[in-house]
Design a binder for this molecule. Structure first.
Ligand SMILES: [Zn+2]
Length: 301
């Protein structure tokens, strides 16, 4: 079984706090049987473009270092093989585009396969959930989303406003939410409503369940069982072929009980089995669904 994770902030944490022990390391990925870890280039703590550009160069450098630590770099989830330990780049916040599509091409050349249109700052592309749910994509944002679709970069709505999410679906662009949960179970603005989830699944999109306790439970009290509840709800909404895991490791300061890093993925999969999730559904969530999503948005010759 191939196991993939659609979001971690390890590159940012490593570049900003080089002395800290990260949640995600080659060793912990191997312990947990994770084959592909998505590594985000994250805009960071300042909306200033020079600061973001500086942070990105630090994170590209950390990506290079990962290669000398036993992880291979792949540029397509569908290239993953049993036993491989690999990472793939994503972008979290398109602020650096600064009104031009040029950088998208460079990102794609360097292997970026998902890009969150916004982080928590309003940018040239659109408005985040945290700022205003009813303000969507800018005209340039629509252009950027179309170009991403053309390049095979998945437009990631995980931080985007609800309006931005609906804008994408109306345009016929099939997004993914790389690290979000169910709003019906936890009322955080970053989570998706049942209506959004049903629409996303029927459009062929994808959701990676976030492990942040405050996205899983209103009081922030989360265990493996809390994650199972979100998975079961997603399954009940038609998500069987459209969901997986987007841990947010190294971007979250607390974790669910029993899940402190990628090494604990087997415990999570076992908890899902105990809740009646079938082996076929687990294989889908672990990796097959993500590969099928890319088959839909970026068919290979
Ligand atoms: Zn995030």
């Amino acid at each position: 079984m191939l196991l993939m994770d659609t979001h971690a902030d390890t590159l940012y944490r490593r570049s900003q706090h080089p002395k800290e022990e990260c949640d995600v390391t080659a060793q912990k990925l191997a312990q947990g049987g994770v084959n592909v870890q998505t590594m985000a280039l994250f805009v960071g703590g300042s909306p200033r473009l020079e600061r973001i550009a500086q942070a990105f160069s630090g994170m590209w450098a950390e990506g290079e270092r990962l290669k000398s630590e036993g992880l291979s770099h792949i540029t397509d989830y569908r290239d993953a093989k049993e036993g491989c330990r690999a990472f793939i780049y994503s972008v979290e916040g398109c602020d650096l585009l600064d009104g031009s599509l040029h950088l998208l091409h460079e990102w794609r050349q360097r292997g970026v396969r998902m890009a969150a249109l916004t982080w928590n700052y309003e940018n040239c592309v659109g408005t985040p959930a945290k700022v205003n749910q009813s303000q969507g994509l800018t005209p340039f944002g629509r252009e950027a989303a179309r170009e991403m679709a053309r390049l095979g970069i998945a437009p990631d709505t995980s931080h985007l406003s609800e309006k931005g999410f609906w804008d994408l679906l109306e345009m016929g662009v099939v997004p993914l939410a790389s690290h979000s949960c169910c709003r019906a179970l936890c009322a955080h603005c970053r989570n998706l409503s049942d209506e959004q989830l049903r629409a996303l699944f029927s459009a062929g999109g994808y959701v990676g369940v976030n492990f942040y306790p405050y996205f899983l439970d209103d009081g922030g009290h989360a265990s493996l069982d809390t994650i199972c509840r979100h998975v079961l709800r997603l399954l009940s909404l038609g998500g069987e072929k459209h969901i997986g895991f987007g841990s947010d490791f190294d971007g979250i300061e607390c974790k669910p009980q029993g899940l402190s890093g990628p090494q604990d993925f087997p415990a999570l999969l076992n908890a899902l089995r105990r809740r009646g999730v079938t082996e076929e559904q687990i294989e889908g969530m672990a990796g097959k669904n993500l590969m099928a999503y890319f088959d839909r948005i970026d068919p290979r010759g």
